[in-house]
Design a protein. Structure first.
Length: 244
């Protein structure tokens, strides 16, 4: 079973599309919707879907940010695998089924697909469409995700669009002090526990480009948090990544 963790804050106009894509997955799932103190109708939408589908769990919490919402989801997850989906994004129907088959066939701890950037005008951009499939160990992951991405991201370090063996998250949580880069830091920590990551150029995650989303809204705190993120990478690399 795959635990799908969805942090939600004021996403009423996008939630139907997201949740419908999750309940349409061709594999066993539990869907954990964490309403992070929404002030629009997001909470009601979540409750309506939960009343119709027993696979859906809804948790309502005070607004504390996406990191805490994901952490709450992690504390409730019971699946052998874990994946994260943002409430304004969606999955192709076969994304999880395909990913799990590859994980089981190869013994990898993490499956990563390519993704599609979707825009409000209907435009789509396929990311890393021409990148060949690869199996990476820990140090190869760090090189591909963090070193080679200094000028242009070759492979994405966000946690969405990936399927994780659940044991990787047993002692890893998102840093609630960061408003930017929190998923990259968590992914870094998860990679240190993983044996292999399998990348396949499969377009299964749809990443909706909202102009008002946090990643597209910069502030002094966002810039400082990005600096904290890179400092964490550098400091930790000195301790655990001597070859790099």
């Amino acid at each position: 079973m795959v635990s799908i963790i969805v942090p939600i804050y004021n996403l009423e106009q996008y939630l139907d599309r997201c949740i419908k894509s999750l309940i349409s997955q061709n594999c066993e799932v539990e869907i954990i919707l964490v309403d992070d103190g929404s002030t629009d109708s997001s909470a009601e939408i979540c409750d309506e879907y939960a009343a119709l589908d027993s696979r859906i769990k809804v948790i309502h919490i005070k607004n504390t940010g996406v990191s805490n919402a994901r952490n709450v989801g992690l504390s409730l997850a019971k699946g052998e695998y874990i994946t994260f989906v943002d409430g304004d994004d969606w999955l192709s129907d076969d994304f999880l089924e395909i990913g799990i088959k590859y994980l089981e066939a190869t013994g990898a701890d993490i499956f990563m697909g390519s993704y599609i950037k979707n825009y409000a005008d209907g435009t789509e951009i396929k990311v890393n469409e021409d990148t060949a499939a690869m199996m990476l160990n820990y140090e190869e992951c760090l090189e591909n995700f963090f070193i080679q991405s200094s000028n242009k991201t070759k492979l994405s370090w966000i946690v969405c669009g990936k399927i994780f063996n659940a044991y990787l998250w047993k002692e890893v949580r998102f840093n609630i002090e960061l408003s930017m880069g929190e998923d990259a830091v968590a992914f870094w920590d998860v990679l240190k526990k993983a044996n292999k990551l399998l990348y396949m150029p499969i377009m299964g995650y749809h990443y909706f480009q909202r102009v008002d989303s946090a990643v597209h809204t910069y502030s002094v705190k966002h810039i400082l948090d990005n600096l904290k993120m890179y400092k964490y990478f550098c400091d930790d690399a000195l301790n655990c990544c001597s070859k790099l």
